[in-house]
Design a protein around this ligand. Structure first.
Ligand SMILES: [Mg+2]
Length: 318
């Protein structure tokens, strides 16, 4: 496909084709369906419309701080009847990845309670890393003799952790100094979506500190990396990437993910990547400065506009 054919502004006709040519729709959440607690106009109506049309919907999110059940409850509270298995979140994904490689050891998890919940649900043992692990408030040195290490750790997992501390990075890096210890990361997002000027460090910023200290590179599971799609295919073998649409607001994660897996990609301008950003990216791709898999097949203002195109298509049918 030529660059001219990419980044096509969605029309009614394209929307009709997206509906007829695809069975599965993957949605990113933040910046696509909501800036929580604000739910975007038309978002829930679009989900219900596609479901009524017999489409299969999954919600693919790099957020590791919520479980499948947490997300399903949120969707149900706002008017879409989601089942937990429709939620492809990175806490669930990490558990599925470990299950797929028949992992039977112990994990040190730098992450939140959601990670513990999803991993333990698959029978995976966690030995530390969840919750606060600070230095005493007046300490200005670390007494390593007082630190406890588990001799049987087989895997270190790096996720978003609001309780991240020097001690946790130290423990993760020390475990990773053992060459056979597996190193996984839920995702490498630099920051979290934020509606004010605050910069909220993402899982990637925590991961960088552990990777730097340990001189190790992790296997990264979330978007844009392949394990997330692999987990969907493993759980739902009949999902065909060629009959799948990925809808997202960030080119580096959502769009690259969809394109690399062979799905059709739709970028919405209601979140991270603006129309101006996309124009700049297009110029960079034309100069071969960046990869073309950052460019979506289609773009549209927001999910509400996509819904209006679909509804007007239906109204114009005989
Ligand atoms: Mg997003």
């Amino acid at each position: 496909m030529s660059i001219e054919e990419l980044c096509t502004h969605l029309t009614e006709l394209h929307s009709k084709s997206l509906l007829s040519d695809n069975d599965t729709f993957l949605f990113d959440c933040d910046g696509v369906l909501w800036n929580f607690p604000q739910i975007f106009t038309g978002a829930i109506e679009l989900l219900n419309y596609l479901t009524a049309e017999g489409k299969r919907l999954f919600f693919v999110t790099n957020n590791s701080t919520k479980t499948q059940d947490d997300y399903a409850k949120r969707f149900n509270d706002i008017g879409y009847n989601a089942k937990p298995e429709q939620i492809i979140c990175t806490a669930w994904l990490t558990a599925q990845y470990l299950k797929s490689i028949k992992f039977a050891g112990k994990c040190y998890v730098v992450g939140m309670q959601s990670m513990k919940h999803e991993l333990e649900r698959e029978g995976i043992t966690i030995c530390g890393g969840i919750g606060a692990d600070p230095l005493p408030p007046d300490a200005n040195a670390v007494n390593t003799n007082k630190l406890e290490f588990d001799k049987d750790v087989d895997c270190v997992i790096s996720a978003l952790d609001l309780h991240i501390s020097y001690i946790k990075i130290l423990k993760a890096a020390t475990y990773l100094n053992r060459p056979n210890v597996l190193f996984l990361a839920t995702n490498d997002d630099a920051s979290l979506p934020q509606s004010d000027e605050t910069v909220m460090p993402g899982a990637g910023s925590i991961l960088s500190s552990i990777a730097t200290a340990s001189c190790r590179s992790p296997t990264i599971l979330g978007k844009p990396h392949a394990p997330m799609f692999d987990a969907i295919r493993l759980a739902y073998p009949d999902v065909d990437p060629k009959r799948t649409v990925m809808i997202g607001d960030r080119v580096e994660t959502d769009i690259a993910f969809g394109n690399r897996q062979g799905a059709t990609t739709l970028l919405v301008f209601s979140g991270a990547t603006s129309e101006k950003d996309l124009d700049t990216l297009k110029q960079q791709v034309e100069k071969h400065a960046i990869e073309r898999d950052l460019l979506p097949n289609f773009c549209v203002k927001d999910v509400g506009q996509f819904l209006r195109f679909l509804e007007s298509t239906r109204k114009s049918l005989p």
